[in-house]
Design a protein around this ligand. Structure first.
Ligand SMILES: Nc1ncnc2c1ncn2[C@@H]1O[C@H](COP(=O)(O)OP(=O)(O)OP(=O)(O)O)[C@@H](O)[C@H]1O
Ligand SMILES: [Mg+2]
Length: 333
């Protein structure tokens, strides 16, 4: 698919702004860029942005999603083929690398590329020329490569699922796009942007209560999931988007409500006393803070806004404690 749609990259988050500044600096060089981030964080929109501000912007940005393509098809899509090179090759066909010549190439889901295609990709990137399947001549390719991965490719290299020499080629610059839950200051901005996009004439607003639900959710599907929620909400909303238009799974995800719900299991199912449940919560907060601080007590105390001495007192209190919690039992099963 050749991308022609205008892109609007919405953000006010300082980490994202820093990323954009970095991109502005490298946009006009031909360095390969690897975009890493969870699903829906905006990797493709970043690829569009990089191409649009580069000096290749008048040429094509050619995109290919590499997940779910069988290796043979992947190779013929990428490198093209000559007439008669396989049974159904009735005529010769240019591959996407050739179509991207003088422009940019976006390899999406590069983490899903099988090793045999990785070897072919490496050859093209190293020699800057390719040979079509069944071809005899080398065809020069002049492209700016942008790749995207949902996972850290170093981990795949360690598991021998990704070639380290290919990784060096594609990640001259690596850009890690933070998940939405780590940049919640972008959320209200994105909500208003999507409201405008899906209901441009309605002057629709969102209530604080509804927005709070969205801010408390952990957004595993990131901006795409938020977009879908807003798109659906504007259809059902009257004058304002209220909690009624927020899907139940998002409202349930309110962390305080979840804790209350989880603890109620211990009250009703386990007959635990109020103080026991509170102790259990206290114990878990302390364990969690210690875990996240790698066992460092002063850092763990800081996380909980406790003085080190109070924190140590609490650790002492829980030295021999083991929570009688139904949820823990369920977790350990
Ligand atoms: N900062 C942003 N501003 C505006 N829209 C955004 C932003 N980030 C993501 N989107 C929108 O969210 C949707 C998902 O973004 P995109 O396709 O770029 O994510 P992705 O990281 O490529 O996801 P996947 O890994 O699933 O392919 C798109 O509709 C995109 O336009
Ligand atoms: Mg994508």
């Amino acid at each position: 698919m050749i991308g022609t749609q205008p892109v609007t990259l919405i953000t006010q988050n300082s980490q994202m702004r820093d990323i954009l500044k970095r991109i502005d600096k490298i946009a006009n060089s031909d360095t390969s860029v690897l975009l890493v981030g969870e699903t829906g964080v905006g990797k493709e929109i970043f690829a569009d942005y990089i191409h649009r501000i580069s000096n290749r912007s008048l040429k094509s940005l050619v995109k290919i999603g590499l997940s779910a393509l069988p290796p043979d098809l992947m190779a013929s899509e990428l490198f093209g083929y000559e007439k008669g090179s396989f049974t159904s090759a009735a005529s010769s066909k240019k591959g996407l690398f050739e179509l991207a010549d003088s422009g940019s190439m976006f390899l999406d889901d590069i983490d899903d590329v099988p090793l045999e295609i990785q070897a072919k990709l490496l050859r093209v990137l190293e020699s800057r020329e390719l040979m079509r399947i069944g071809g005899m001549v080398n065809i020069p390719v002049n492209i700016r490569l942008i790749s995207a991965s949902k996972v850290n490719l170093n981990d795949l290299v360690e598991k021998n699922m990704f070639r380290s020499d290919l990784l060096y080629r594609i990640n001259v610059i690596t850009i890690e796009i933070p998940p939405l839950r780590e940049r919640l200051d972008d959320l209200p901005l994105l909500v208003n942007y999507f409201i405008q996009r899906y209901a441009p004439k309605r002057m629709l607003k969102i209530t604080d209560e509804a927005l709070t639900y969205l801010l408390n959710y952990h957004w595993p599907g990131n901006v795409r999931e938020l977009r879908n929620v807003v798109q659906r909400a504007v259809i059902f909303a009257d004058k304002k988007i209220t909690p009624e238009e927020i899907p139940a799974n998002i409202k349930l995800n309110n962390p305080i409500e979840q804790i209350v719900k989880a603890c109620s299991v211990c009250f009703s199912g386990n007959g635990m006393k109020f103080t026991e449940v509170i102790n259990c919560l206290e114990y878990k907060l302390i364990q969690d803070a210690l875990h996240k601080s790698g066992g460092n007590q002063s850092n763990a105390a800081k996380k909980l806004n406790l003085s080190l001495s109070t924190f140590r007192d609490k650790m002492k209190k829980f030295e021999t404690y083991s929570p009688n919690c139904k949820n823990v039992v369920a977790e350990n099963r």
